[in-house]
Design a binder for this molecule. Structure first.
Ligand SMILES: NC(=O)c1ccc[n+]([C@@H]2O[C@H](COP(=O)([O-])OP(=O)(O)OC[C@H]3O[C@@H](n4cnc5c(N)ncnc54)[C@H](OP(=O)(O)O)[C@@H]3O)[C@@H](O)[C@H]2O)c1
Length: 258
């Protein structure tokens, strides 16, 4: 049986990708949906025509990976699609955010994505696809979004190089790099630091989650290396290539205070 594995499926982009899979895939027999909140995953499952198998797991816990690894060993499915969408960010100074939250960001945004990819790869064949949900934050250093941006830079580089390594196997890896998305839980979670939460005041020209999911899913179907779903992310990608980081951080210093 062909399956799709989606992390972060309980809300936001991950939940929207479950809808995209239902819209586009005719040969996927089951979606394996991973996140911590059971109730939310049950809602996602009830909305899906394709059967959803729920994995209530905290992916910052390394033991969680064993649950997926064992399920794969038992079922021996073909993983036709892997979407690593679980992730979170924190807005504020590095010192304010503190060591525990920084480590959790690194654990979820970097290690969990790398480990999940490693566990799924033996079950992938030619034609399989991987979507790593990175961010435009990965294109440059960002003060007051520091560790989050660095974690997404890691995931972006990992995805780009992995694509080359897997090309001969016919597996396509897409690094998805959205700009701000206004209607997911990401921004409220990011602002909730226990500090002032004012380090970034506005989220200008933000996108809708349904638009970001539809464009990036299509980009993955086209086999693109990088998906910048929206004009802002495309412009950001180009700007970050040509404008020195110091200047980009200067522009960000103005934008985040507007
Ligand atoms: N929204 C934006 O502005 C934006 C922009 C660029 C990139 N992104 C990236 O897009 C991805 C999806 O974010 P989103 O906007 O859809 O935010 P979201 O609505 O907060 O979704 C995050 C998902 O990750 C899951 N998650 C969080 N911590 C987890 C943990 N420890 N273990 C397992 N699952 C966990 C959450 O589920 P549970 O809470 O149920 O565990 C949820 O399903 C993230 O990687 C984010 O960095 C977002």
């Amino acid at each position: 049986m062909k399956i799709a594995v989606v992390t972060g499926a309980s809300s936001g982009l991950g939940k929207e990708y479950v809808r995209e899979i239902n819209r586009h895939e005719t040969d996927i027999g089951e979606i394996w949906a991973v996140a911590r909140r059971r109730e939310r995953l049950l809602e996602v499952a009830s909305d899906s025509a394709i059967p959803v198998r729920i994995f209530c797991l905290d992916l910052t816990d390394t033991a969680s990976m064993d649950r997926i690894r064992i399920a794969l060993e038992e079922e021996k499915p073909e993983v036709a699609l892997l979407i690593n969408a679980a992730g979170f960010g924190k807005i504020g100074s590095y010192e304010e955010i503190g060591i525990d939250e920084s480590n959790r960001m690194i654990d979820l945004n970097c290690r969990a994505a790398v480990d999940m990819t490693y566990i799924c790869l033996p079950y992938m064949k030619a034609g399989g696809r991987i979507m790593q949900i990175c961010s435009t934050a990965g294109f440059q250093p960002f003060q007051y979004l520091n560790v989050y941006a660095a974690s997404k830079a890691f995931l972006y580089r990992f995805s780009r190089a992995l694509r080359v390594e897997l090309f001969s196997r016919g597996i396509r890896v897409t690094a998805v790099c959205p700009h701000w998305i206004r209607d997911t839980e990401f921004i409220p979670v990011a602002k909730n630091t226990g500090g002032s939460g004012k380090a970034v005041r506005h989220f200008p020209l933000s996108h809708k989650v349904s638009t970001v999911a539809a464009i990036s899913y299509n980009d993955s179907r086209l086999g693109l290396a990088v998906s910048t779903p929206g004009i802002m992310c495309t412009l950001h990608r180009i700007a970050a290539k040509w404008i020195p980081s110091e200047l980009m951080m200067g522009i960000w210093a103005v934008l985040r205070r507007l």
